[in-house]
Design a binder for this molecule. Structure first.
Ligand SMILES: [Zn+2]
Length: 184
C-alpha cells in the first residue's frame, strides 16, 4: 500500500531528484491509483485494451491526456531479454502479452538507470519483478514476500524437472506440465 499522494493535477513541473518510476498495469486503472507528483508513470498500450470498465478507461485516458502517463512500447531487444529471463525462471507460460510488455518496459527503464516499480496484483508479474530487480506494489493482495522457486512436474508420469521444458510439455509422455512452489 502506498500513502495518499496528491491526486490533483499540478502545473508545476516536478524535478524531484528521487522521482519514482512507476509502471502501472491494468488493475491499477481498474482499482484506481492516486497519481502523485513525486512519481513518473509508465504503461504499455496493451493495458488499455484490457480495461473493460468505463471508469478505468477514463482514468487511463485522463492520465495520458494530462501528460503524466507515458505509453511506451518496449523494443524487441527488451522483449527478447524478458522472454529469455522468464523462461529460465519458469514463468514464461504464466505471463500474458500485457505482462510481458510491462516487464520488458521495466528492463528498458532499468537500462536508463531508473529503478522501476511495478504496480500489479499478478503473482507471476510480481515474482518476475523481484527477479529482475524491480520493486513492486500490490493494491489488492499483500503481495509475495519472497521469490518463489517453482518445481515443475508431470501430472502424467510424475517425473520432476529442474528446468522449464519445451512448450511446457513432458518430454517423456507428452502431458502438459504443472508447477508448484518448491520448499525452502
Ligand atoms: Zn510425463
Amino acid at each position: 500500500m502506498r500513502g495518499s499522494g496528491a491526486g490533483s493535477p499540478t502545473s508545476r513541473r516536478s524535478e524531484v531528484a528521487l522521482l519514482r518510476h512507476v509502471i502501472l498495469d491494468t488493475s491499477a486503472f481498474i482499482q484506481g491509483y492516486n497519481l502523485s507528483t513525486d512519481e513518473e508513470y509508465y504503461t504499455v498500450p496493451e493495458v488499455l485494451d484490457e480495461i473493460r470498465e468505463d471508469l478505468g478507461r477514463m482514468r487511463y485516458e485522463g492520465a495520458r491526456a494530462s501528460g503524466r502517463l507515458r505509453e511506451v512500447s518496449p523494443e524487441k531487444k527488451w522483449t527478447d531479454e524478458l522472454e529469455a529471463k522468464s523462461r529460465s525462471a519458469g514463468e514464461a507460460h504464466k505471463l500474458s502479452l500485457t505482462d510481458r510488455q510491462l516487464l520488458s518496459l521495466g528492463l528498458l527503464l532499468k537500462s536508463e538507470g531508473k529503478e522501476p516499480t511495478i504496480v500489479s496484483d499478478d503473482y507471476s508479474v510480481q515474482n518476475m519483478a523481484v527477479r529482475l530487480g524491480f520493486n513492486f506494489v500490490s493494491q489488492a493482495t499483500k503481495g509475495i514476500t519472497k521469490v518463489i522457486n517453482w518445481g515443475i512436474y508431470c501430472p502424467g508420469c510424475r517425473r520432476k524437472f529442474d528446468a522449464p521444458q519445451e512448450d511446457n510439455v513432458c518430454p517423456i509422455c507428452g502431458t502438459e506440465l504443472k508447477r508448484k512452489p518448491r520448499r525452502g
